[in-house]
Design a protein around this ligand. Structure first.
Ligand SMILES: *[C@@H]1O[C@H](CO)[C@@H](O)[C@H](O)[C@H]1NC(C)=O
Ligand SMILES: *[C@@H]1O[C@H](CO)[C@@H](O)[C@H](O)[C@H]1NC(C)=O
Ligand SMILES: *[C@@H]1O[C@H](CO)[C@@H](O)[C@H](O)[C@H]1NC(C)=O
Ligand SMILES: *[C@@H]1O[C@H](CO)[C@@H](O)[C@H](O)[C@H]1NC(C)=O
Ligand SMILES: *[C@@H]1O[C@H](CO)[C@@H](O)[C@H](O)[C@H]1NC(C)=O
Ligand SMILES: *[C@@H]1O[C@H](CO)[C@@H](O)[C@H](O)[C@H]1NC(C)=O
Ligand SMILES: *[C@@H]1O[C@H](CO)[C@@H](O)[C@H](O)[C@H]1NC(C)=O
Ligand SMILES: *[C@@H]1O[C@H](CO)[C@@H](O)[C@H](O)[C@H]1NC(C)=O
Ligand SMILES: *[C@@H]1O[C@H](CO)[C@@H](O)[C@H](O)[C@H]1NC(C)=O
Length: 721
């Protein structure tokens, strides 16, 4: 039997080691996944290079500041000369405070020579102002710049830090923290900064660095990791982690969203922001993906707990939970209270922090039993959002009517909360929620399904010229969530996903609408959100026969983002022709787009929690996924690490699966569905029999055969009869 042993080598190496390795052996034995990690090595981040073709005017020794050699000197002797300019590339998106070490400056008249600075995530939007800066979202006294940061460079040697504020009263101001890849620096002065700065003179720069502000995810911080035979997929897992790292930071009033988001109850706490450069405010829908990435990589849950807890404490009397602190906790989104429920259950499942669950269970009940039931329509049995309510959702869509997405997400939240309630023995909740979920699911199937195309209608409102509640529009969110919520059977799920492949496939992912009628200007049928695509992808990875279409979609979506500027980090949204969907404003590092991390860990490696803290787990490796022939990795749990490594044998000759489960945990393993033939399953050589688990098992579309395993190491083989 020819084994593809690569995947098994690490575990075997550990098992076979007979003597302690020397330090050089340890270096050699550095885990192979370390090379994929994107984090800078330390909090002081150095630029990668200067972009020569962007250098303008009198710049002496332009590379000097990079090497620590002679300073780079920008000189402008008169205002009819070009502005001496350099552009620095940090090589990848970064977040923090820029630091410039000056060797000094010269001015022959009054006013210190001025420097202006513009930041950008992409070269396309590297202009004479930042692609986005904090003041762009600010009004009144919070607005301190017009798009560039300013410095009046002193005549002596010193280090300047880009702190938020002004050098002189309300003049010569800087916005402080930035998320960016490129930075443009030029000698100039704003008229409104007179008499403090002068547009002529000379400035000597000894070094430029970034003081890293976010989570520094060096290899030693990874308590979870992933690797597989497909190097691109593997790299994207680490790129996703890096994207979330960039948004994991302290909540500080001077570094966050200025639109009334600053909050005493968050100040100084670790949180998970939506984006690195923009949306520096934690929104709970985004956490439905970003937090999973956080748990699965660094097991860093504090940032999520702080956010969930803060939002729970701001629950409105009617049960509604604000999506974020912005607008003093009043931004009206209709779906985010449900995402708070989903995230709270995820949090408990991944961390085992039962105290959180007990403390906020009443809040959760009030969302599910108090807020949404008010919007149930008695005659159809559907959740109906009235147009007058005026609430939006994750994409700020002005949808109203019996929207499939809201209904499916409600069912999903009810069922997911029930699985958690069940582990606590809170059967009253389960007995209330499951029938409610079942009834809504039935109503969705009965009223919202479009048999012409075999997919659910979006639900409304109708564009001009169409009447009735249901218009000829279908959306990715409702259809994907309906599948994951168990509203559809396997066949319907596959039909929906086939329809979606047919109409929504773009070179940069799958679009979130099959029509642009709801917003012709925004070309919805060409817009891709990696965020909501995560749910479609999860549906593809768990519906029989559709996993390879998921591989294809991942290749287009993540392939596109990784091969376009700024590279590595994952974008907030993708527009027509694969553009940044909101131009310069778009965040090119948005944690909600990192679904690749949970998709690979939860589905390709196959590890998911079934009870708080993985006390019960499920290991269902996805063996039919593109060209992936082996995968291995680790999932951190409060009981210890759960390690899994699987490899397909050549010529369909079975599969090896090595599992190492923490003490005091147990779980189930799914028998792979490779072909229809019966498989012989052996655990450490002993043949085991399986139980059939019905489809009703939440989240699994598959009728699977499973067997049970306990703690410790297990050597499982599946081979044909
Ligand atoms: C700028 O002025 C300085 C001082 O007068 C002089 O040494 C230098 O040659 C001038 N540089 C240019 C480019 O004109
Ligand atoms: C340079 O500008 C500073 C600040 O305005 C001023 O104090 C200094 O005298 C100027 N230097 C010369 C040589 O004019
Ligand atoms: C940026 O400013 C420079 C002068 O410093 C000017 O030559 C150039 O045209 C400006 N670029 C844009 C895009 O406005
Ligand atoms: C922005 O530019 C306008 C026009 O030059 C100026 O009046 C205003 O003071 C500037 N605002 C800030 C915050 O720099
Ligand atoms: C924001 O304020 C804190 C003190 O509250 C300070 O430590 C930090 O450096 C400031 N950040 C910026 C970018 O100015
Ligand atoms: C925010 O809202 C709370 C509660 O309504 C209120 O007490 C507080 O003053 C508001 N804060 C600001 C800054 O408006
Ligand atoms: C699902 O499809 C299969 C194959 O096309 C068919 O045999 C089966 O009856 C269908 N099941 C349902 C519930 O429609
Ligand atoms: C099963 O195999 C694994 C891996 O070889 C080994 O570590 C473990 O001790 C074995 N378990 C038993 C009960 O023999
Ligand atoms: C697992 O079992 C297979 C087949 O018995 C054996 O070839 C392999 O070496 C074992 N792996 C480990 C890690 O024990």
């Amino acid at each position: 039997m020819l084994l593809q042993l690569a995947a098994l080598l690490t575990l075997t190496a550990v098992i076979c080691a007979t003597s302690a390795p020397t330090s050089s052996e340890r270096r050699l034995a550095q885990p192979s996944w370390h090379k994929y990690v994107r984090s800078p090595p330390s909090l002081d981040v150095r630029p990668a290079k200067i972009l020569d073709s962007y250098t303008v005017g009198n710049v002496h020794n332009p590379e000097g500041f990079l090497s620590g050699g002679r300073p780079t000197v920008l000189t402008r002797n008169s205002t009819d000369r070009e502005h001496p300019t350099i552009v620095i590339d940090f090589g990848q998106n970064v977040a923090g405070v820029l630091k410039i070490q000056f060797a000094g400056s010269h001015n022959r008249t009054q006013g210190l020579p001025g420097l202006r600075i513009a930041f950008a995530e992409t070269l396309e939007f590297l202009k004479n102002r930042s692609d986005f800066t904090r003041s762009d979202n600010a009004g009144g006294s919070e607005k301190i710049t017009n798009g560039t940061d300013q410095i009046a460079v002193k005549n002596e040697a010193y280090t300047w830090k880009d702190l938020h504020g002004c050098q002189f009263g309300r003049q010569v101001c800087s916005d402080g923290l930035h998320g960016f890849r490129y930075v443009k620096i030029w000698l100039d002065a704003l008229p409104e900064d007179a008499p403090y700065t002068s547009p002529v003179g000379s400035i000597s720069i000894s070094s430029v660095t970034l003081e890293w502000s976010a989570y520094l995810g060096t290899p030693d911080t990874f308590t979870g990791w992933f690797e597989c035979s497909n190097e691109k997929l593997t790299q994207w897992w680490y790129d996703g982690v890096y994207t979330v790292d960039l948004g994991t930071d302290l909540f500080l009033a001077n570094e966050t969203e200025p639109r009334d988001a600053s909050s005493p109850s968050l100040e100084g706490k670790q949180v998970l922001f939506d984006g690195a450069k923009r949306d520096r405010d934690p929104y709970v829908g985004d956490l439905a993906v970003a937090s999973l990435t956080s748990y699965l990589s660094h097991d860093f849950a504090e940032s999520t707990r702080n956010v969930l807890e803060d939002l729970a404490l701001h629950q409105r009397a009617d049960g509604w939970i604000p999506p974020a602190s912005i607008n003093n906790y009043t931004l009206p989104l209709f779906d985010y209270p449900l995402w708070w429920v989903v995230c709270s259950v995820d949090y408990t499942m991944y961390t085992g922090d039962v105290s959180y669950t007990k403390k906020y269970w009443a809040v959760l009940r009030k969302v599910l039993d108090g807020y949404y039931p008010k919007y149930m329509d008695g005659s159809s049995g559907l959740l109906v959002k009235s147009a007058e309510l005026g609430y939006g959702d994750y994409a700020f869509l002005p949808r109203s009517g019996p929207i499939t997405y809201y209904n499916a997400l409600y069912v999903y939240a009810l069922r997911y909360a029930s699985t958690l309630a069940e582990t606590f023995g809170w059967t009253d909740d389960v007995q209330r929620w499951l029938p409610h979920a079942e009834a809504i699911g039935m109503a969705v199937r009965q009223h919202n399904f479009d048999t012409k195309v075999n997919a659910f209608y979006d639900g409304g409102p109708c564009p001009k010229g169409q009447t009735g509640s249901y218009c000829d529009v279908h959306s990715q969110d409702g259809n994907s969530l309906a599948i994951l919520a168990g509203i559809t059977d396997k066949n319907t799920s596959a039909q929906i996903l086939n329809y979606w492949s047919k109409v929504a496939k773009r070179p940069y992912g799958n679009a979130f609408y099959d029509s642009s009628v709801l917003s012709p200007d925004n070309q919805f049928a060409d817009r891709v959100y990696a965020f909501i695509s995560y749910f479609e992808l999860r549906a593809r990875l768990t519906t029989p026969g559709t996993s390879n279409s998921g591989f294809d979609e991942i290749s287009r979506l993540y392939g596109w983002m990784s091969s376009h500027d700024p590279g590595i980090t994952m974008w907030e949204g993708i527009g027509p022709s694969g553009s940044a969907y909101q131009g310069a404003f778009t965040s090119m590092a948005h944690g909600w787009s990192t679904g690749i991390v949970p998709l690979l860990s939860n589905h390709v490696l196959g590890v998911t929690p079934l009870a708080p803290g993985f006390r019960n787990w499920k290991i269902c490796p996805l063996l039919d996924f593109g060209d992936v022939s082996w995968a291995r990795g680790q999932v951190p749990t409060p009981y210890g690490n759960l390690e899994v490594s699987w490899a397909k044998h050549e010529h369909d000759q079975g599969v090896s699966l090595i599992i190492s489960a923490p003490r005091r945990t147990k779980g189930i393993v799914c028998v792979p569905r490779s072909g229809q033939q019966d498989l012989v399953i052996r655990v450490n050589g002993t043949r085991v029999s399986t139980d059939a688990v019905p489809e009703s098992q939440f989240g699994a579309q598959e009728t699977i055969s499973v067997f049970h395993l306990g703690e410790g190491a297990h050597n499982v083989t599946f081979s044909p009869e």
